[in-house]
Write a protein that binds this ligand. Structure first.
Ligand code: RAM
Length: 516
């Protein structure tokens, strides 16, 4: 199954990591006031002598991904027993108020960034072997001999990323707020750029196809590490699942291997990501070499169409991600995503001069587009519906627009109309919001795109985000698809889109660049 030739290409293109030493910038105390968290500067950690039960919280000033080192010393008698420490790392201050032990959700609790360890020798330097994603570290002395006290004399993080800040393209935002949004988005991408584009450095720390599409787009406007995108495309192509299906995500260690998860939408996004890569680089050789892999995804998706040329309902479709709104019916979104992938495939076939395939794909596109408009359009509600229950959702409209099942003024009207349909299922991830903003821009609704971006990503900024999150539902900020926010990721690459949108579409004078 594994294609060693493609794999070697991928491995040779993987970037090196850059290490940066980051000191803890201050010591803080955190407490809750009603529902909000108050963070106050506290006595410098170096000046504290820690006894049993004492805690000290270090603030590293911004979101970091790396390895923590603590220089430990003591006051009093020679240490006559080990020091028993608990360390709690937090990307977001809220994590420090959650109890890892009470988490009962479906995703593994081992993602919770807590450690307990014994230090036998003090003074000593403690370098934690595991990489963490954090801004804050709470150090708690669980037990220590009464004959001595612990002093943390120095604390620093060896931060790692393959993104080089000196290579970040310059950008002048329209105003201070947007500049901040861009900066947070860039930091999000930066911290997810490790050996591959990770989805989140706290969790799952791996390469996912759906996340890669957005990261790659943002990368072209920011760090421009195009070889890294190429490496990721080759990794996916080299490590297919059965019948050549693209896996939804893959692991690098101990050996590169595809996960056993497949998703209808993520397999197809390989095609769009390949096309975007070609548009950014004009690297035709890669386009040519990976074209068969891309085309195979269309063939496999086509097998899932029914006699009406419709993608099946959620119960037969298998996993199609779309969003973490767990009520969402995915059928209409999947149909739109298929159209979206098909149109990228048609463009690839054109560039490669593969006329026969181009014609076949164009025919398939028309059939699927007609089916969407015939069977999934509700004439009364004047919007797309999804599944047997005829569910209305924002996601369905967005993907039909991105798949160009509906265009021009009709598409503009549709996006405005769906806002007024109260029962319409909403979006809960920056991932789906990204696609929503893309749809608004595609239909020329730039003002609304900017407003929505300001309201949504700005909402996270107002809540103190240093990096943008995996999930943010303005109506329920403590939502989690995992049965507990303690495993949510607060630096999640699929939310780095503002840097892409602002840089590609909005200049400092407010005009629209690169309009489609
Ligand atoms: C989350 C992952 C990743 C995403 C999948 C579908 O669990 O972190 O970002 O692509 O869901």
């Amino acid at each position: 199954m594994k294609n060693q030739k493609l794999l070697n290409k991928a491995l040779n293109l993987l970037p090196d990591l850059v290490e940066t030493k980051v000191d803890a910038v201050q010591t803080v105390e955190l407490y809750k006031n009603d529902n909000s968290i108050v963070i106050e500067q506290a006595v410098d950690y170096r000046k504290r002598v820690l006894k049993k039960g004492n805690r000290v919280c270090l603030d590293f000033g911004n979101h970091q991904v790396g390895y923590l080192t603590l220089n430990l010393n003591y006051r009093g008698s020679h240490p006559d027993a080990p020091v028993w420490l608990k360390l709690h790392f937090a990307e977001n201050a809220t994590e420090l108020f959650e109890d890892g032990k009470s988490y009962q959700g479906w995703i593994c609790s081992s993602w919770i960034e807590e450690e307990q360890l014994h230090v036998d020798v003090v003074p000593s330097q403690l370098r934690l072997p595991r990489r963490y994603a954090f801004r804050y570290v709470m150090i708690e002395v669980l037990d220590i001999s009464s004959k001595f006290d612990l002093v943390v004399e120095d604390a620093f993080c060896t931060a790692v990323s393959s993104a080089k800040d000196q290579e970040l393209s310059a950008f002048k935002a329209q105003n201070h707020k947007l500049a901040k949004m861009d900066q947070i988005a860039c930091r999000t991408l930066h911290n997810c750029m490790q050996q591959v584009f990770e989805d989140g450095p706290k969790r799952d720390r791996r390469l996912w196809m759906g996340d890669l599409r957005i990261q790659a787009l943002t990368n072209y406007e920011t760090y421009n590490n195009n070889d890294m995108v190429k490496a990721c495309l080759y990794l996916f192509a080299a490590l297919p699942m059965e019948k050549g299906r693209m896996g939804a995500c893959l692991f690098l260690s101990p050996e590169p291997e595809v996960d056993d998860t497949q998703m209808f939408d993520y397999s197809l996004f390989f095609i769009n990501t390949l096309w975007d890569y070609y548009e950014a680089t004009k690297d035709k050789e890669t386009l040519q070499e990976l074209w068969p892999v891309a085309l195979r995804q269309i063939e496999l998706a086509e097998e899932q169409l029914d006699e009406k040329m419709l993608v099946g309902d959620s119960d037969v479709l298998g996993w199609c991600f779309v969003d973490w709104n767990l009520n969402l019916n995915k059928q209409a979104s999947a149909q739109g995503i298929f159209l979206y992938a098909l149109s990228a495939a048609i463009r690839i076939a054109q560039v490669l001069g593969d006329v026969m395939t181009e014609e076949k794909l164009a025919e398939l596109y028309c059939e699927c587009r007609n089916a969407a408009n015939l069977y999934l359009w509700d004439g009364e509600k004047q919007c797309y519906i999804s599944g047997k229950e005829r569910q209305v959702s924002v996601a369905s409209q967005v993907w039909m627009i991105l798949g160009e099942a509906i265009e021009d003024q009709a598409a503009v009207n549709l996006l405005r109309r769906v806002e007024t349909i109260s029962e319409a299922e909403k979006m809960v991830t920056p991932y789906m919001y990204h696609n929503y903003i893309a749809a608004l821009l595609l239909v020329g609704e730039k003002k609304m795109a900017l407003q929505k971006m300001e309201a949504y990503w700005g909402g996270m900024t107002d809540l103190g985000a240093d990096t943008f999150w995996e999930l943010y539902n303005p109506e329920n900020p403590s939502e989690s698809p995992y049965g507990g926010t303690i495993v949510n990721s607060y630096c999640h690459a699929w939310s780095c889109g503002p840097a892409y949108f602002l840089r590609k579409y909005f200049t400092a004078d407010g005009s629209l660049k690169g309009e489609k």
